[in-house]
Write a protein that binds this ligand. Structure first.
Ligand code: FES
Ligand code: FE2
Length: 393
């Protein structure tokens, strides 16, 4: 048996063939597997059960980590795009900070110019982690094992006991931006340069606005569950107590834009009061929503994969005061943001306990969920294969 990744096992041909055939006899095979597990070696039985649980593909995944191939052409485990990975204050000068995202651990630190740098943390010398025990020296990170030092560009700049630095002594350095009170990282399995940008929000720096206080919540789910929401009009009433009169979603390149006019009991003054929201995904994870309700506000809901079954969800809400930001208004803003936070995380219990529905039995009025999935798939393919025609059809 050959291991292909921590979560995938290639089956020997006879067993793979047997497993594929077995999906046609789902119930009897499950009974057989449970019987074998009770009476024989558990490994093979686990493989068969996992295979059944993963929908009968020609490979087997760990059932807790499995993300079935819900869209054709999906190639990458994690999508290409800008992702929130930290708040600026969580990366102080002179400290190396471990950032566990995308199924690996990254290391963040501030260079000599004060800018945040983020590198892969596996030291190319002998594999120690730069993130655990790494020390920042003169804007570079020093490995705890033999004290090799790496600069913000990921190159080794100093070996304390040798003048000759091997050319392969470098780690991947991720493009980073500090924007709108957040640290963003460009993740690309192909290591290409960013092909879109997150918009700068002038309002974040405007004195008329109370800036957002960012909250992070880690949840057990996969990103697709969160992305489905952009098109899922029918869950808005049951989950968010919001009944849209108008609900439209448009897919435009790297953006998905949802416009709603809806009653909303949490964020409007009056029962049945209506508010307009325009929620825009800028790439696969950064969802920025303009809200015209009781107050003008911006809501951020950004999600970042931690591994194949956990996602960090970042929330923030900033609010405009027409009459200046007084201490009283700051208290109002705090309460309004707290109400928005309740609304933003209302799906979490459902996400954490549902199954990923690879082939949902949708009805005519469910909203363009499959279009949203097609749009999202562009970030999970090499750029050369993410053709516009496929995305916008
Ligand atoms: S393993 Fe990092 S310096 Fe040796
Ligand atoms: Fe939702």
């Amino acid at each position: 048996m050959m291991m292909t990744s921590p979560h995938e096992i290639d089956l020997p041909l006879p067993l793979a063939t047997a497993s594929l055939a077995a999906t046609r006899h789902f119930r009897s095979l499950r009974r057989l597997a449970i019987h074998m597990m009770l009476h024989h070696d558990g490994l093979i039985c686990n493989i068969i059960l996992n295979h059944i649980n993963c929908g009968g593909y020609g490979r087997v995944m760990n059932q807790h980590d499995a993300v079935p191939d819900w869209a054709s052409g999906r190639v990458f485990d994690y999508p290409r795009g800008w992702f929130v990975v930290a708040t600026p204050e969580s990366i102080p000068a002179s400290e190396a900070v471990a950032l566990p995202f995308f199924g690996r651990t990254l290391v963040a630190f501030r260079g000599a110019d004060g800018d945040v740098a983020i590198l892969d943390s596996v030291c190319p010398h002998m594999g120690a982690s730069l993130a655990i025990g790494g020390v920042v020296e003169e804007g570079e990170v020093r490995c705890p094992f033999h004290h090799w030092r790496f600069g913000p560009d990921g190159r080794c700049s100093h070996i304390p006991y040798s003048k000759l630095i091997p050319p392969q002594a470098k780690v991947h350095s991720y493009p980073v931006r500090e924007q709108n009170g957040l640290v963003l990282l460009w993740f690309d399995p192909e290591h290409g340069a960013p092909d879109y940008e997150i918009p700068d929000l002038d309002d974040y720096y405007d004195q008329q606005w109370v800036p957002w206080a960012i909250v992070r919540r880690d949840i057990r789910t996969v990103p697709l569950e969160i992305v489905d929401n952009i098109a899922d009009s029918a869950h808005l009433g049951p989950v968010h107590q919001s009944w849209p009169r108008v609900f439209e979603v448009e897919f435009d390149g790297h953006r998905a834009i949802q416009t709603q006019f809806a009653s909303h009991e949490t964020l409007t003054d009056i029962p049945g009061g209506e508010m307009k929201t325009v929620a825009t995904y800028h790439g696969p994870s950064y969802l920025l929503t303009s809200i015209e309700g009781r107050y003008r506000s911006w809501m951020l809901l950004a999600h970042t994969p931690i591994d194949q079954s956990h996602v960090a969800v970042w929330y923030g809400l900033m609010i405009r005061s027409d009459d200046g930001v007084t201490p009283e208004f700051q208290e109002i803003a705090r309460e309004y943001a707290a109400a928005g936070q309740v609304s933003a995380y209302q799906d979490v219990d459902i996400w954490e306990n549902k199954s990923l529905s690879e082939r949902p039995a949708l009805c005519r009025d469910d909203g363009p969920i499959l279009d949203a999935r097609r749009w999202y798939t562009q970030f999970l393919k090499p750029r050369a294969r993410a053709e516009t025609s496929e995305i916008t059809q």
